[in-house]
Ligand binder design. Structure first.
Ligand SMILES: *Cc1c(COP(=O)(O)O)cnc(C)c1O
Length: 457
């Protein structure tokens, strides 16, 4: 009967919104390994990072001990315009699947950028402005991060220069126009605007690009332009910190109704939405207060967790960034041009990588066509057209719910619905026409990229 009392959508009111971000690292016994200087292989210092990143974001990046960071008022006020994000009970999906499982999803697509990326974009733009910078550079894959950052920069009156992975630039011209609406300038990557872009083009003529390449270009541009810094939409621990707003809101909403998740599922590109969603729940698990399973879902075409190595690696293709210890396919690995641009990254956030190595989190790799089967089922019964990235989480949530149908278990499943798919209709078209392929890298291809991992003592 208790079920009946839970509404379709659980919203929080303004006073219930989180006032702090949560830094999961503070509660981890095994901390993620520090970033290393790519030349000396010594831990990166604030000075090492200051030429590329904003000061206050560096503080957040290097802090493994402070559990809570107050959300500045200006950022909190921006959050109020599009948050809280609803936590939805997927009654219609449950009925369609005929499962005794209870399914919930946290929907982050309710803003113009269409994804969770705005949560960190607004924070990063705020700190850049506070430092008196003129502008920021960045990369974007599918375009969600570039859009979110464009919105955040226009709000704080900062210049925004975006390097967009070439295959997405071509597949998603309207994403570009949204960014231009917010005043950003966009360059397809790899480009001839940077030294590293020219080098990558010479080595891989005709390449459709990758996030790793675009990062190298954006970093080079920021470090060579006065008054500019580089900002990143995922992978870094500061981004995961800002995204903890997702998990904190979810936990507050669930606590209100006495709901405890048994399984939490999220898609993983660089790991920021998943890390943010699970953070407070994982903190409770580490403290022995919650018994819960955590599942990261990645594309079989870019399987950083399930087939990668846990090793120090560059965060970019051009090998200009610090080294991070993470689950990685090697910075030289360029995945097949799949339709989930936001998940085409060779590495993974170092905190999530450590949790995975310690057995606190599991991972699954799924095929693109199976992801779209799930996307279409979800769109038809739940009324929201999901992003291909988010649909990775839907796939595994459906699989888990179907298992419950077999076993009769009434598990509570929570997943992150990170965004909407309105700019991904080219991908949906391929799927409907039966022209979507499932690319899986061979062991030889992976070994080739592993061979180039840096040697760190
Ligand atoms: C960028 C993106 C992702 C993946 O990024 P993470 O940092 O792993 O969260 C997932 N879903 C959507 C809609 C995105 O835009």
């Amino acid at each position: 009967m208790a079920n009946e009392q839970i509404p379709y959508k659980i919203y929080l009111d303004e006073q219930e919104l989180p006032k702090y971000w949560y830094n999961l690292r503070a509660d981890m016994k095994n901390k993620p390994a520090p970033l290393l200087n790519p030349v000396t292989h010594r831990p990166m210092t604030k000075q090492d990072l200051a030429g590329v990143f904003c000061e206050e974001l560096i503080e957040q990046e290097l802090d493994d001990t402070t559990p809570y960071f107050a959300i500045p008022e200006e950022i909190g006020n921006f959050y109020k315009m599009y948050r809280p994000a609803p936590l939805v009970r997927a009654y219609c999906l449950e009925k369609y699947l005929q499962t005794p499982a209870k399914i919930y999803y946290k929907f982050e697509g309710n803003n113009t950028s269409g994804s969770h990326k705005l949560n960190s974009a607004i924070a990063q733009a705020y700190y850049a402005k506070k430092q008196g910078l003129l502008g920021v550079t960045t990369e974007t894959g599918a375009g969600q991060w570039g859009t979110a950052l464009s919105m955040a920069c226009s709000y704080f009156d900062l210049d925004c220069k975006v390097y967009m992975v070439k295959c997405s630039y071509e597949q998603k011209p309207f994403r570009r126009e949204v960014m231009r609406t917010y005043g950003a300038s966009i360059t397809p990557s790899p480009s001839t605007e940077t030294e590293v872009g020219k080098k990558i083009l010479a080595e891989h003529p005709g390449t459709t690009g990758s996030l790793g390449c675009a990062i190298s270009e954006a970093v080079e541009k920021a470090s060579k332009t006065e008054g500019y810094r580089y900002v990143l939409g995922s992978v870094l621990n500061q981004v995961m910190l800002h995204q903890s707003i997702i998990g904190l809101e979810t936990k507050t909403a669930m606590d209100k109704y006495g709901i405890k998740p048994d399984v939490i599922i999220g898609c993983a590109g660089g790991g920021s939405n998943l890390g943010g969603l699970i953070a407070p729940f994982m903190g409770d698990r580490i403290k022995g207060k919650l018994d819960c399973q955590f599942i990261a879902v990645e594309p079989a075409s870019c399987p950083s967790f399930t087939r990668g190595k846990f090793a120090y690696d560059y965060c970019d293709t051009g090998m200009v960034t610090p080294l991070a210890k993470m689950c990685t396919l090697g910075s030289g690995f360029i995945p097949a041009p799949s339709h989930s641009g936001g998940l085409r990254y060779h590495g993974m956030n170092s905190t999530l990588s450590q949790l995975y190595a310690d057995g606190l989190m599991e991972a699954r790799a799924v095929l693109q066509t199976e992801v779209f089967d799930a996307a279409v089922q979800f769109a038809r019964v739940e009324g929201t057209l999901p992003a291909p990235e988010s649909s990775h989480a839907i796939r595994v949530a459906i699989d888990e719910a179907l298992k419950c149908r077999e076993t009769g278990e009434e598990k509570t499943i929570l997943f992150g619905l990170t965004g909407t798919g309105y700019f991904d209709m080219y991908a949906y078209e391929k799927y409907h026409d039966g022209k979507m392929s499932d690319d899986i890298p061979t062991d030889e291809e992976l070994e080739k990229a592993f061979a180039k991992l840096p040697h760190v003592e």
